[in-house]
Write a protein that binds this ligand. Structure first.
Ligand SMILES: [Ca+2]
Ligand SMILES: [Ca+2]
Length: 343
């Protein structure tokens, strides 16, 4: 089990990460193949609702959700990014790759000395371009999980790797970028969950090519001990100053079992009756925070507000008293939204 502190931080970071626009790491993790085909088009029905026309074939997923966002939050953001590639190399099997050596079944990284695989070292890579919109990074922490068993006497160090030109399925001891392995960033005596501070290297790569490679190795490779870590846990928690769209509410418009064809024209309203700023159509699991794929998005910008005002003007002569009072309240909502709406 994770500690409560880490669990809480992980949960909040995952929630925030799941709200970011690119969401590459999470999407790739949830579903590798394209889970839908078709079209989905939003238009502004009135300030408080969007019309959604969709014609989709969905291979995977259980909910279609329209999510409502505001125009953006600027400040400190805590976001997790999963590794895009990770594998390990083996000194006494120098042409073998850790990911494929067990018929591609490896979901772990090995570090240190094992009885049959002497001296394993792990390489991990992250793509910072999947972060929402950082302007400056204040900290970057690598979180790793070991299995239920781990040796008492192992310290693992994280090292800079100034070379991202390696692939998790072809990397091996013989072609590893040893010449580009730089200074140690941090080390830790491992426990079930452990962290390494890699802030300085992440900042330098953010300002350079936005791809971060790190090597992990045991500090006592001469000892016959090693550790297996879950490669699912090779996650960077990055805290930065930036801007992201912040989540307001959601409207589950479809719950279904795959495969499913949906062809409909329907209205999605903000559940709290707030004016629509920005919406996204997501395919999710039962947990609507777990996004499999973002199908469409729509921003209510100033030109859409102008279009809506002219629709209201042409509707006005035909509206009864009740409708006119709704139109008046919509116009005051548009005035309030105008200063924040993008052009
Ligand atoms: Ca891997
Ligand atoms: Ca790099």
């Amino acid at each position: 089990m994770r500690t409560e502190g880490f669990k809480g931080a992980l949960l909040s970071a995952l929630i925030i990460a799941s709200l970011s626009v690119p969401m590459l790491a999470l999407t790739n993790m949830a579903e590798a193949q394209d889970p839908w085909t078709g079209t989905a088009v939003f238009s502004l029905e009135n300030l408080y609702a969007v019309r959604l026309e969709k014609n989709l074939d969905l291979e995977n997923g259980s909910k279609l959700v329209v999510k409502f966002y505001d125009y953006g939050y600027t400040g400190t953001i805590n976001e997790n990014t999963l590794a895009v590639e990770d594998s390990y190399v083996i000194a006494n099997e120098p042409s073998q790759n850790g990911d494929v050596i067990y018929n591609g079944m490896s979901n772990e990284l090995k570090i240190g000395n094992f009885p049959d695989e002497e001296n394993c070292r792990a390489f991990i890579k992250w793509d910072l371009s999947s972060l929402s919109s950082p302007t400056s990074i204040t900290s970057a922490t690598l979180y790793l999980d070991t299995g239920p068993w781990y040796p008492d006497d192992i310290t693992v160090g994280a090292y800079e790797v100034d070379n991202d030109d390696w692939s998790e399925l072809t990397l091996c001891w013989d072609n590893a970028p040893w010449d580009n392995v730089g200074p140690q960033l941090d080390n830790v005596a491992i426990i079930t969950q452990w962290t390494l501070d890699v802030t300085s290297w992440v900042i330098s790569q953010f300002n350079k090519d936005k791809v971060v490679s790190i090597m992990l190795k045991s500090e006592n490779e001469d000892l016959a001990i090693g550790v297996e870590i879950s490669s699912y846990g090779t996650m960077l928690e990055i805290i930065y100053e930036g801007t992201m769209d912040s989540f307001e509410n959601e409207n589950v418009i479809e719950t279904f079992s795959p495969p499913w064809h949906v062809e409909e024209n329907e209205i999605a309203r903000h559940p709290e009756g707030i004016g629509v700023n920005k919406v996204r159509l997501d395919l999710t699991t039962d947990n609507t925070e777990d996004v499999i794929s973002t199908i469409a998005s729509f921003v209510v910008n100033r030109s859409r507000l102008i279009t809506r005002i002219s629709q209201i003007k042409s509707r006005w002569p035909f509206a009864d008293d009740n409708e006119r009072s709704n139109l008046i309240s919509e116009i005051s909502g548009i005035k309030a939204q105008w200063p924040f709406a993008p052009t």
